[in-house]
Design a protein around this ligand. Structure first.
Ligand code: SF4
Length: 173
């Protein structure tokens, strides 16, 4: 969805958003339960471990990476089981989790209960895009698409985290 500012090539080379430190496990993408059932194993045939979670009344799955770390180093990253180190994401585009499609945007609930489209501040590629350009992109319709998805899938709404710039405040239900 963000091809206007993020080239496929840049993402394919980087893959920052497909590997997670322990402290970033909350960023592991939400996966619809049907998709979890469709993919019990990864592209190499290895069993994928999932956790069922519930947020805002919606149940979904996340891949369970907690046992994937080899060291105690907090900087160690564990890769999403759908990531192929050479080819990138092995899921077809239409099955990619919505969280991945909109990365590095996040739909968040602010402390006062309002909602907003925010930007993950750590994406190395987006950090090279002028903030005004990102804001324009979101205000020109992308924010509404994300809001509409969040209305149907409230599990994706994350609690606001300090340091995430707000690109669009969402008013009304
Ligand atoms: S599902 Fe695909 S795009 Fe999303 S984190 Fe995993 S490998 Fe990356």
């Amino acid at each position: 969805m963000l091809h206007e500012v993020l080239s496929k090539e840049a993402c394919a080379e980087c893959r920052f958003c497909c590997s997670f430190r322990r402290q970033s496990l909350w960023e592991v993408p939400d996966i619809p339960l049907e998709l979890m059932k469709k993919y019990p194993v990864d592209a190499s045939g290895k069993q994928i471990s999932y956790l069922i979670q519930e947020n805002n009344g919606e149940k979904f799955a996340v891949t369970d990476l907690r046992n994937s770390y080899q060291t105690e180093d907090p900087e160690e990253e564990a890769a999403c089981p759908f990531l192929d180190s050479k080819k990138g994401c092995t899921l077809p585009e239409e099955e990619k989790p919505f969280d991945c499609k909109i990365w590095p945007l996040r739909y968040m609930r602010m402390e006062d209960g309002t909602e907003a489209v925010c930007l993950t501040p750590t994406c190395p590629e987006i950090n090279q895009v002028p903030p005004e350009k990102m804001k324009r992109l979101v205000e020109d319709g992308m924010g509404e698409k994300i809001r509409d998805y969040a209305r149907e899938h409230p599990g994706m709404i994350k609690e606001y985290k300090e340091g995430f710039p707000v690109l669009q405040e969402i008013s009304g239900k």
